[in-house]
Design a protein around this ligand. Structure first.
Ligand SMILES: Nc1ncnc2c1ncn2[C@@H]1O[C@H](COP(=O)(O)OP(=O)(O)O)[C@@H](O)[C@H]1O
Ligand SMILES: [Mg+2]
Length: 257
């Protein structure tokens, strides 16, 4: 399991995450929701060890990756696939090369096995005949899927998705949600997914956690989320401009007119 304990992250005097706690049990999909700039990506980057917290601990299968040796950190990182917010594919490489990149650079797998595994991963995410294309030749939804194929190529135990559906149309969003559910079912993957999209959140989550100004203000099942009387959570999930969440001044000024 992944256990985040009293995680805080500060950049200079700016406190981005404050005493965040989260437990993700094996087989679970936990969705993190929250407004832009509230610390969701920073939280994922801490969990995969791309950045170090200011204080707190992050246990991946019992190993505190914030304090272990760099060897142990690499071992833990091999268990985690990370799907970047912007797919983050290498523009100059083909899709096949992108998905194979980690396998070629970080494992001792033979070329035949790599080719097979890449083909299998692309098939799992529903991409066909794209091996030789460059990322610029793919639609937004296809790029997201290629990013997911790259993350699962490692056969990770955990997968962390950073806004896997942002920028996609509603139908493609639903296709990606179904893909996340299917990966969980077929690969028994444990997931943490950051999203703004409540339809997708309700569909894929076992549990929904909301970050607000760097703090966890809610953690519950989708059912509990729908029913909550926490005004901040309600405003966010209902997508309303009215409520306790500060909107920009322009809006308030417009109200007066
Ligand atoms: N390297 C950095 N230095 C300073 N501030 C940062 C850095 N990275 C992110 N931040 C700030 O941390 C806050 C949270 O960022 P982020 O986790 O990316 O938000 P989001 O919830 O939209 O994913 C933002 O206000 C962002 O400007
Ligand atoms: Mg983000």
């Amino acid at each position: 399991m992944i256990k985040v304990q009293d995680l805080s992250k500060q950049f200079g005097s700016k406190r981005v995450l404050r005493n965040v706690n989260l437990e993700v049990n094996d087989g679970e999909t936990v969705v993190i929701i929250g407004a832009s700039g509230t610390g969701k990506s920073i939280m994922l980057k801490n969990i995969v060890g791309l950045i170090k917290p200011t204080s707190g601990a992050i246990y991946v299968d019992g190993v505190d990756i914030t304090k272990c040796s760099s060897n142990d950190l690499h071992e833990s990182q091999k268990k985690m696939g990370y799907v970047f917010q912007e797919a983050a594919l290498f523009d100059s490489l083909t899709i096949e090369e992108n998905v194979a990149f980690g396998l070629r650079t970080l494992t001792n797998l033979g070329e035949d096995e790599i080719i097979n595994r890449v083909a299998h991963c692309l098939e799992m995410v529903g991409l066909e005949n794209v091996e030789d294309l460059k990322p610029s030749e793919l639609s937004g939804g296809m790029k997201k899927r290629a990013g997911i194929a790259r993350a699962i190529a490692y056969q990770p135990k955990y997968i962390l998705y950073d806004e896997p559906t942002t920028g996609l149309d509603p139908i493609m969003t639903d296709v990606i949600s179904d893909l996340i559910i299917s990966l969980r079912k077929h690969l028994k993957i444990t997931s943490i997914a950051v999203t703004h999209d409540m339809k997708s959140a309700y569909k894929i989550a076992d549990r929904i956690m909301m970050l607000y100004k760097g703090e966890v203000i809610f953690n519950g099942t989708p059912e509990e989320t729908r029913k909550t009387d926490n005004a901040v959570v309600r405003q966010f999930v209902e997508g309303s401009s009215r409520g306790p969440i500060e909107t920009d001044r322009t809006f308030k000024e417009m109200e007066k007119i």
